[in-house]
Design a protein around this ligand. Structure first.
Ligand code: AP5
Length: 214
């Protein structure tokens, strides 16, 4: 079975970005992170940038009309290449929009993890804006404290990683994103991975169940 178009799905902090990056680096996929793309737009001093920054900070979802066509266009431009989508689609209307435009995922990797675990992960997350690398103070510390191993830039804490925003993001996930499991489940493309385990073990499981590595 072709595995050219992958979607990685899971709660905030389930490890989507971490594992998508491994897939991109080790299997030659283009990693499309909606969060990274939207955070970049949010950092620009434009009307739309300010609008998106406020939505992200509040833990809400950016409206479909601002992003649906944009992501569909990027996917079309990458036609024929292997892509791993991380964060888009994340609600039923977005998944339906892609389906209506004949964009079909070959597999959807679902990272299943508890609220307790994601709370611990997000509270220790450190992010590198330029390189896109993600670290954790306990589970994946950088070699030098506060500095990205890859780019040497200073690591930051994301604006939406404050505990009250994380709770909001999690409730938005349950209401808006979890229904995608049924949507893609009915198409028989969901592959569930237990993401409660360590980063390395989750990666080994993905390699085994998705890429059939022995
Ligand atoms: P986005 O950036 O996509 O955030 P998210 O979905 O909430 O996911 P996170 O990035 O928080 O977590 P992750 O699952 O990638 O975990 P990570 O690998 O970093 O979106 C941000 C915002 O943008 C949204 O709230 C919304 O406003 C907007 N947006 C984006 N897409 C949108 C869309 N389609 N529609 C509308 N709005 C949209 O891991 C987390 C931490 O845990 C790290 O520190 C990592 O090192 C550590 N870790 C990872 N795996 C493990 C493990 N197995 N064990 C221990 N630690 C681990």
């Amino acid at each position: 079975m072709a595995l050219d178009k992958l979607l990685i799905l899971g709660a905030p902090g389930s490890g989507k970005g971490t594992q998508a990056k491994f897939i991109a680096d080790q299997y030659g996929y283009k990693h499309i992170s909606s969060g990274d793309i939207l955070r970049k737009t949010a950092s620009e001093d434009t009307e739309i940038g300010r609008q998106i920054a406020a939505i992200i900070k509040a833990g809400e979802l950016v409206p479909d009309e601002l992003i649906n066509q944009m992501f569909l266009n990027s996917f079309k431009q990458l036609e024929g290449k292997k892509i791993i989508c991380d964060g888009y689609p994340r609600k039923l209307s977005q998944a339906e929009f892609l389906a209506e435009n004949n964009f079909v995922f070959d597999a959807v990797i679902y990272l299943n993890v508890s609220l307790e675990e994601v709370t611990d992960r997000i509270s220790g997350r450190l992010t590198a804006k330029i390189s896109g690398e993600t670290y954790h103070i306990k589970h994946r510390p950088p070699k030098v404290e506060g500095v990205c191993d890859v780019s040497g830039e200073k690591l930051i804490i994301r604006e939406d990683d404050k505990p009250e925003t994380v709770k909001k993001r999690y409730s938005v996930y349950l209401k808006e994103t979890e229904p995608l499991l049924e949507f893609y489940g009915s198409k028989g493309v969901v592959i569930e991975v237990d993401s409660e385990k360590s980063i390395d073990v989750v990666w080994k499981d993905i390699e085994r169940v998705v890429f059939k590595k022995k």
